[in-house]
Design a protein around this ligand. Structure first.
Ligand code: PLP
Length: 359
């Protein structure tokens, strides 16, 4: 066999691999998965039906333009079709945005710690990541992020609420930040958890996009709408950016099953948002209980909570798994725990109670 391997791009060396949330092991002690911020509710019967019907013709390619879904989104958000683009989850769309804006020598700015896909998709493109530490309160440091922008910055991610800390940036500070970003630098407002926000001071990115040509909003059907396994997300952006997204899309990336499920979900929005409301109540219950136990917990506007456990992170995650819930540890930093079924949250709270006493 030859000693020579195919030449691969040097940029791929050392790319951190995306760590999916650990599944709840079948037959193991951990029955509940609180590690991927998924929706714990099963698909709505009507959504399931539309997917099952679409399954009858999966010998055919999907509608490449996602016509039905694009029309629904256009009506729903009051934006022209030319300002919309769909993709294989909003991670897929985020990767297309980087492909469309940045390459070797360019910079992509984001907060850290934030969504773990950002460093991966940035490095794949050959661009350089510029990570701006969160404030001591685990919030985006927007002033420092604006200071970090240079002539080479092509894209800035603002994850609002931030994964994994659940913290938000509010209207005044976000507008002040946007005012400082050069017009030729794209700001991507990643609003994967938008539907879980209850703080009225958090702006709707779609309102900000309307007046600002360099703002792009990312949304997903994976979290509030419960379609994580079907892979569909979308961007709302002004025409040149949305057009670039259509150019960089993998042809036929969004399956017909995903398209039909997304349409059915938008039509069943009241019911789905009712479920989101229940999860928000659970979030309040979990955060209140943690604080009553003595924990310091940042205010979460998403479907997860963040415990900054530092060196105890891995031990805590192991204790959770032993008790029956899988959580998402970031070794040396903290644990992100999805708000799930009440029974799962109860198990988690039992672990935190016992663990706090040993701290
Ligand atoms: C979950 C998540 C996404 C959405 O991912 P999909 O690819 O749409 O499933 C995007 N951004 C952040 C910050 C997330 O946490």
């Amino acid at each position: 066999m030859s000693e020579t391997n195919p030449k691969l791009r040097a940029e791929l060396e050392g790319i951190p691999t995306y760590k999916p949330g650990k599944p709840a092991a079948a037959g193991g002690p951990a029955a509940y998965k609180l590690s991927s911020n998924e929706n714990p509710y099963p698909p709505l019967p009507g959504v399931l039906e539309s997917v099952t019907a679409a399954a009858e013709s999966f010998n055919r390619y999907p509608d490449m333009a996602c016509t039905g879904l694009m029309n629904e989104l256009s009506d729903r958000f009051g934006v022209p079709l030319s300002h919309l683009a769909t993709g294989t989850g909003s991670v897929g769309v985020a990767q297309q945005l980087i492909q469309a804006t940045a390459g070797p020598g360019d910079e992509v700015v984001y907060a850290w710690r934030s969504f773990e896909a950002y460093p991966i998709i940035t490095q794949i493109s050959g661009a350089t990541s510029v990570r701006v530490p969160l404030t001591p309160g685990d919030v985006h440091d927007l002033d420092a992020m604006a200071d970090a922008i240079t002539d080479r910055t092509r894209l800035v991610f603002v994850c609002n609420p931030n994964n994994p800390t659940g913290t938000v940036v509010r209207r005044a500070e976000l507008e002040r930040f946007l005012d400082r970003v050069p017009a030729d630098c794209l700001v991507v407002l990643d609003e994967a958890y938008r539907e879980f926000i209850r703080d009225p001071e958090v702006p709707d990115g779609v309102e900000l996009y309307r007046e600002r040509p360099n703002v792009c909003v990312l949304r997903t059907f994976s979290k509030a709408y419960g379609l994580a396994g079907l892979r569909v997300g979308f961007a709302i952006a002004h025409e040149p950016v949305a057009a670039a997204l259509r150019k960089t899309a993998v042809p036929f990336g969004v399956s017909q099953l995903a398209q039909e499920a997304a349409i059915a979900s938008l039509r069943a929005e009241d019911e789905l948002l009712g479920r989101v409301g229940s999860l928000v109540c659970e979030r309040t219950r979990v955060v209140d209980a943690l604080r009553a136990q003595g924990w310091t917990v940042p205010e979460s506007q998403a479907n997860f909570v963040w415990l900054r456990l530092g060196e105890r992170t891995v031990d805590f995650a192991a204790a959770c798994e032993q008790a029956g819930v899988v959580v998402r540890p970031f070794a040396g930093e903290g644990v992100r725990v999805t708000v799930g079924e009440a029974e799962a949250n109860d198990i988690f709270l039992k672990v935190t109670e016992a663990f706090y006493k040993e701290l």
